[in-house]
Design a protein around this ligand. Sequence first.
Ligand code: DGY
Length: 323
Amino acid sequence: MRRPRIIVTRRWPEAVEQALQARFDVTLNANDHPFSAEEMRHALTGFDAVLTTVSDRIDGGLLRAAPLRCRLLASYGVGYNHIDIDAARELGLCVTNTPDVLTDCTADLALTLMLMVARRAGEGERQVRSGQWKGWRPTHMIGTRLSGKTLGIIGMGRIAHAVAVRAHHGFGMKIVFFNRSRVEPARLAGLQAEQCDTVDEVLAQSDFVSLHCPGGADTRHLIDRERLARMQPHAFLINTARGEVVDEIALAEALQRGTIAGAGLDVYAAEPSVTPALLKMENVVLLPHLGSATRETREGMGMRVVDNVSAFFDGHEPPDRVV
Ligand code: DGY
């Protein structure tokens, strides 16, 4: 029987590529270049499944223009806002993602950003490396502690819950959150956290605000100039969700003016570009979209895709089907 023809848009961990090769007729991206629109069109028209990821752009125009051979878009990552889901649904495509396996590592990275920005770790490291450090002194590089502070969470999904557990049990932080739907206490699994009715209520009382909502039209610039102005001047904004959730220009202005104290970012609206003003600021920690970047997690994500693709071509419901 003919093996399904699949194409992988980026390099994936070796063990995962081998697992794919053992089961399918696979085309890999040996030099890991980002696909152009033309290459994506070729993938959609010439392969049974496209194994995509967050650095791709699969918009409605591309999907509707191509005479599709592809029946499955199996995405490597939990967020899938790089795919036009409405167009995929309309065209009868199956779309899968990789939840759960990256929850802990992404939560760890949100805590990393909180600690780095509050304790001025990036700034301190730059000082040591540049030979500018003059030695210990009582007033040197004073930061802010996490312990006992209030963490505000926007979007209480799996990753947010893992962040809240770490912050509450590890640092004794009080947790307040906004979520579009009511979160039943059972879903909080014993975590003490107070649900607020509005984003603004969370912003007004938090010392740290961590974003965990999905990307997309509904959440684009959710944190804009007005919302930044609702935060406390000593507060820090943390984003491990999607860059477009924050208006980066407004954020840079807010940081310059002292509207908020600092920001820790792992994601950007136009990756890999970063709003230039942010690059110059000491009170911003900038990481290159590392949320899920551990060996264990990246392999786990890939194996989850292998399971989804295998189920699909075996005629079963893929475990992580989103469309
Ligand atoms: C995701 O999974 O959506 C991340 O952004 C990549 O790990």
